[in-house]
Ligand binder design. Structure first.
Ligand code: IMP
Ligand code: MG
Length: 181
């Protein structure tokens, strides 16, 4: 979906071209880091699907992919911190070099919970890759290993990010008008 002429959009934060270019750069870094590894990308449904797919296509190394889904009460403006796995991975991650792929790290509660949970399952290594990092709202200190963009403290949609399950398919990232979010 390409039109930025949606009434809830305040401005385009990152164009498709900017996102594509940066995804290629991060994919190149990941390809180097894991060139002799056993890389498995783990996506968090549903937001990270779009980014994970774009990233995976730019990698120059073989990679496995798996997904999990969470229930989170840490939506922007809500009470953060309560996270649980609603759909688990299909396969074991024992011995894998796991790269958790997120759309956005905000407070950090989701990523910390998932990293801790997955670390307990015997992976060879575990790291975090996020398309967007909104550090001004971070509550939980977290090491982000790969990040495409740091963004300001505004609610964003597009490239997988939703508002009430809509707008994930925008091919750019936009700031929502405050009265719409
Ligand atoms: P955290 O646990 O606070 O880091 O929340 C991360 C999750 O909140 C993300 O995976 C998103 O699903 C959701 N989220 C946080 N900020 C935004 C946003 O600006 N737009 C859409 N979803 C968001
Ligand atoms: Mg998410």
């Amino acid at each position: 979906m390409k039109t930025p002429a949606l009434p809830m959009i305040e401005r385009v934060l990152l164009t498709r071209e900017q996102v594509d270019k940066r995804v290629k750069e991060v994919a190149a870094d990941i390809s180097v880091r894991y060139r002799s590894g056993n890389l498995k990308l783990i996506g968090v449904l549903k937001g990270s699907v779009f980014f994970l797919t774009a990233l995976a296509r730019e990698l120059t190394i073989p990679v496995k992919v798996d997904f999990l889904a969470i229930s989170s009460f840490s939506d922007h403006g809500g009470v953060p911190g309560v996270v649980r796995i609603a759909k688990d991975l299909d396969e074991s991650i024992e011995g894998d070099d796991v790269l958790l792929v997120e759309d956005i790290v905000d407070t950090g509660f989701t990523a910390r919970y998932l990293l801790q949970t997955l670390a307990g399952r015997g992976p060879n290594s575990i790291a975090l890759c996020t398309m967007l990092d909104r550090t001004p709202r971070r509550i939980v200190p977290l090491r982000v290993d790969f990040c495409c963009f740091e963004i300001p403290d505004r609610f964003v949609i597009g490239c997988g990010l939703d508002y009430k399950q809509l707008y994930r398919n925008l091919d750019f990232i936009a700031v929502m008008k405050p009265d719409k979010a």
